[in-house]
Design a protein around this ligand. Structure first.
Ligand SMILES: [Zn+2]
Ligand SMILES: [Zn+2]
Length: 131
């Protein structure tokens, strides 16, 4: 788990570096006066942006899958949430619940969909992937 986390963090860092390079290239392209040459670079840059976007998505979904889950049971009265703040339904017996690092609980399907769009807890807005 810790090893996976650190691998993911360094992969994320490398992607962020690539994003910075792309921004620099974008700025340099503005200075190219030859239109054909400029277009070539714009195409290359578009390709990189595409790769970048896809990879961020993949890494985010791996990160989401690594957050712990448990099966809901009402007898497990351990101070866990009793309902899901995303769909507002109560948890039912044996439903799979995901616990975020801030200790808030949600249906796996509900919170996974949410985390694909945002990186914060739907309840307390704490950052889920500590960055
Ligand atoms: Zn839900
Ligand atoms: Zn929370």
């Amino acid at each position: 788990m810790n090893t996976l986390n650190s691998i993911m963090e360094s992969a994320m860092e490398e992607l962020e570096n690539l994003a910075v390079h792309c921004l620099n290239i974008e700025r340099l392209i503005e200075t190219i006066s030859d239109l054909n040459e400029r277009e070539q670079w714009v195409n290359i840059l578009n390709m990189y942006s595409h790769i970048l976007k896809n990879n961020f998505g993949v890494i985010a979904s791996i990160a989401i899958k690594m957050l712990p889950t448990y099966k809901y049971s009402s007898e497990l009265d351990d101070g866990n949430e009793k309902s899901c703040a995303v769909c507002l339904n109560d948890f039912q017996l044996n439903e799979v619940i995901r616990k975020l690092p801030c200790a808030h609980d949600f249906h796996v399907d509900c919170v996974d969909k949410w985390l694909k769009l945002r990186r914060t807890c739907p309840m307390c807005r704490a950052c889920v992937f500590n960055d």
